[in-house]
Design a protein around this ligand. Structure first.
Ligand code: ZN
Ligand code: ZN
Length: 381
């Protein structure tokens, strides 16, 4: 596809002066800007095309070359390769034309940034692993955590410059953080080597922070851990991460929760499970047992006569509280019927007597043995 004429792209005549060219581009760029034309590849292509045309025509030298030779002025062999308007000219229109964006739109959209002060780097997010007990997760807690981090430097108030002196706008890039090198007709843009893209230089760096505007320090923070947290819960403390470079915004601090295993209770979501031993006689005859609850209290539970091992009973709302509102979970008790050991001779005697009497009235074993008998019968046949 042959390239469109740059004047045609901007909708102006060949005689247009610098002010007209800029005005025409401003109008086109606003109309076609990706922020206003999301998912519109046609607008995006036209937007790039307009940027490229402007990039050329705003420069008197390039404009003269274009007026004389047309697009051929910028094609292979005439200079350093690439097209006017940035390295390669494809795809990365954001950085290639960023100075124009800044010029025309200021901080529109936020992401592209304006002057040098917006280039100050944001501090890192920090992660702190906090192990809590199940009881703490149940009740919630206030915890003081100490994190090694970076805080704004007090001596220079975060500027990085010594004794109240102000950082200077970088003379190399005039605070843009980027420089453009002319190669023949072409302009290549790169990060400013003087200020490393910060847009500012510091004549006398603060000795405390070596010009970084922040110093390493342990910070103690009181953290509110809500009731109901579980392993994997993440609590974000906005702005409590590392301080930014030279007064840049702070990162966030994330508290990662791990809930320790408990000796008595097993947790599944907001439900708790507890295995409770029950004597053989209590399981047979029925009765009350006392079980522990996570709040440190106890509950009385009625065991129905004839309970088998593994039988579960539910105590409503005795589980963990819900982290994001809603009702609490339940507590489940699983009975573990215990076979008595270390019997006295009297107990043995009574159990033998019991066995003689009880041989046939156990519903589960009688069903089982009936099945076994028919199984053996079928094997014989
Ligand atoms: Zn300092
Ligand atoms: Zn610079």
């Amino acid at each position: 596809m042959s390239k469109r004429d740059y004047y045609e792209v901007l909708g102006i005549s060949k005689g247009a002066d610098a002010a007209e060219i800029k005005k025409a581009y401003r109008t086109k760029a606003k109309e076609l800007h990706p922020d206003r034309n999301t998912d519109n590849p046609k607008a995006e292509a036209q937007f790039k095309e307009a940027g490229e045309a402007y990039e050329c025509l705003k420069d008197a030298e390039k404009k003269a070359a274009y007026d004389r030779y047309g697009h051929a002025a910028f094609e292979g062999g005439m200079g350093g390769g690439g097209r006017p308007g940035g390295a390669g000219g494809q795809g990365d229109f954001g950085s290639a034309f960023s100075d124009i964006f800044d010029d025309l739109f200021g901080n529109m959209g936020g992401a592209r940034g304006g002057g040098a002060q917006n280039r100050a780097q944001r501090g890192n997010d920090l992660r702190y692993n906090l192990r809590v007990s199940l009881e703490e997760a149940y009740a919630g807690l206030q915890k003081t955590v100490t994190v090694p981090t970076a805080v704004g430097c007090g001596s220079c108030k975060g500027t990085g410059a010594e004794g109240g002196s102000e950082p200077q706008t970088c003379p190399t890039c005039s605070g843009m953080g980027k420089v453009r090198a002319q190669q023949g007709f072409f302009t290549v843009e790169r990060t400013c080597p003087t200020c490393n893209g910060m847009g500012q230089t510091i004549k006398n760096p603060c000795p405390e922070c070596h010009g970084q505007g922040r110093v390493e320090k342990e910070k103690s923070l009181s953290v509110n851990i809500p009731a109901g947290v579980e392993t994997g819960t993440r609590i974000r403390l906005a702005g409590e991460g590392e301080a930014g470079m030279r007064g840049g915004p702070s990162g966030d601090l994330y508290i990662f929760i791990e809930v320790r295993e408990h000796d008595l209770f097993e947790r599944e979501a907001n439900h708790l499970f507890c295995r409770v031993p029950v004597s053989m006689t209590k399981a047979a005859l029925g009765g009350d047992i006392e079980v522990p609850t996570i709040d440190g209290g106890r509950s009385r539970v009625k065991i129905p006569a004839g309970s088998q091992s593994g039988r579960q009973m539910r105590l409503r709302s005795k589980g963990m509280p819900a982290l994001r509102g809603g009702g609490a979970g339940d507590m489940f008790i699983e009975m573990a019927v215990e076979t008595p050991v270390n019997l006295t001779s009297k107990q043995k005697e009574l159990l033998k007597e019991f066995d003689d009497l009880a041989s046939d009235n156990n519903p589960q074993s009688s069903t089982f043995f009936k099945s076994v008998k028919s199984f053996w019968d079928s094997m014989k046949g």
